[in-house]
Design a protein around this ligand. Structure first.
Ligand code: UDP
Length: 381
């Protein structure tokens, strides 16, 4: 097993191949369906559109479909309009993944791509990889090798299975590569490439395009998101987290773009929105999110992506989970795992909000060229 640290080696192979066959167009079929995948795909699609050697077909599974969870990202981030929208949503895991498999297979038989490109850890990721692999189409997985070691998380199951059947595994961190090695990937026929993190590319590219949200945002605020099933689907955890957020709001306003799943769960437990001190806003587009990240005092989240974005925008983070895939942020003191107990969340916020800012300049997730490295690698493997 050879691990390809992205070097001039990949670019040389790629250049040689191109000079051998100038007219060869590589057809990549990208499968996306959820908000974080749109943001990641925006980066790679931009690299693809700048290359004369790639034709990209985008398939939107429909997993996220609200305008502010889907359309806004295509518009603001100039992602090419999907060629297919499978409109699969609002189903349990089995039905959703099953329907995706069936419909993606039909598209693959029609399009016959050279590569299927999948992102992250959702049902769309797994269905795309599985449908492609069974048709002997090469699979590339962006954000490979990440592990929470919590097998009750649907995301953990999706990412382990997707990694195992991928031909190229794009790993954002050394830890991701280490995880794969511990699982025996030295003996598996695939390419493991450390290419950095496409979300770092997005943060750098959109930094100066940030847009203030339409809602009135307090001058000093904590930015918070909550949507992970382990928190929203467990009433005790959900109530504990929102009790902590209400308490923190008494000291510093908490701005919370509310995920539709969390909103549904809060309504189901008769959460008193009218009396709440939390500043709830609708989910925002990425450009508004960048503005919130640039201007907040601290990030509180259970999102995977937000933990890294806090670091990209030089903000400390309190993560309301018991474990994280982004362990380097915790090890280096940028992030703290606070679980769901109110006292622990509140004391973590107090510590992190008053901490001196240092060490953020070390680029733990690459230099913003992860998307180009994906393009070069796919053209050369
Ligand atoms: N995000 C956004 N608007 C919001 C909330 C999140 O643009 O209202 C972005 C966020 O900046 C990050 C991505 O969505 O880039 C993270 O998605 P999410 O938290 O839904 O998923 P996860 O990263 O946990 O898989």
């Amino acid at each position: 097993q050879q691990i390809w640290e992205y070097t001039s080696q990949i670019r040389d192979v790629y250049q040689q191949k191109l000079s051998v066959n100038q007219n060869n167009i590589m057809k990549v079929l990208t499968i996306i369906g959820a908000r974080p995948q749109f943001i990641k795909a925006a980066v790679v699609s931009r690299a693809f559109t700048q290359s004369q050697h790639v034709e990209e077909i985008i398939v939107h599974t429909g997993q996220h479909f609200d305008a502010n969870m889907s359309d806004v990202f295509f518009e603001e981030m100039c992602i090419p309009k999907p060629h297919y929208n499978l409109n699969i949503n609002g189903l349990g895991h089995g039905a959703m993944t099953g329907q995706m498999l069936e419909k993606i297979e039909k598209v693959l038989l029609e399009e016959k791509p050279d590569w299927v490109l999948v992102y992250g850890d959702t049902n769309s990721t797994l269905a795309g990889a599985l449908a492609a692999k069974k048709l002997h189409i090469k699979v590339a997985h962006v954000e490979a090798g990440l592990r929470s070691f919590n097998m009750t998380m649907p995301e953990e199951i999706n990412r382990i299975l997707t990694d195992r059947i991928s031909d190229v595994l794009f790993c954002p961190t050394d830890k991701a590569i280490e995880n794969l090695k511990l699982e025996g990937y030295d003996n598996i026929d695939c390419h493991i490439v450390k290419n950095g993190d496409v979300m770092q590319d997005a943060a750098l590219f959109y930094l100066n395009r940030a847009r203030m949200p339409q809602e009135i945002i307090p001058s000093k605020f904590v930015l918070c998101t909550v949507h992970r099933a382990e928190n929203t689907d467990d009433e005790v955890r959900l109530k504990n987290i929102f009790y902590a957020l209400e308490t923190i709001s008494e000291q510093c306003p908490v701005v919370l773009p509310l995920h539709p799943r969390t909103k549904g769960k809060l309504l189901a437990i008769n959460y008193n929105f009218a009396k709440s001190k939390i500043c709830f806003i609708d989910p925002v587009g990425y450009l508004e999110m960048v503005w919130l990240l640039k201007n907040c005092e601290l990030v509180m989240t259970d999102s995977g992506g937000l933990q890294k974005e806090a670091y990209f925008f030089e903000k400390y983070c309190v993560t309301m989970r018991d474990e994280t895939e982004w362990v380097e942020l915790v090890e280096k003191g940028f992030n703290v795992l606070a679980g769901s107990e109110p006292t622990r969340i509140i004391s973590s916020v107090n510590v992190m909000i008053s901490k001196n800012k240092e060490g953020f300049e070390n680029r733990l997730y690459g230099n913003g060229d992860a998307g180009e490295k994906i393009l070069d690698t796919l053209l050369s493997v």
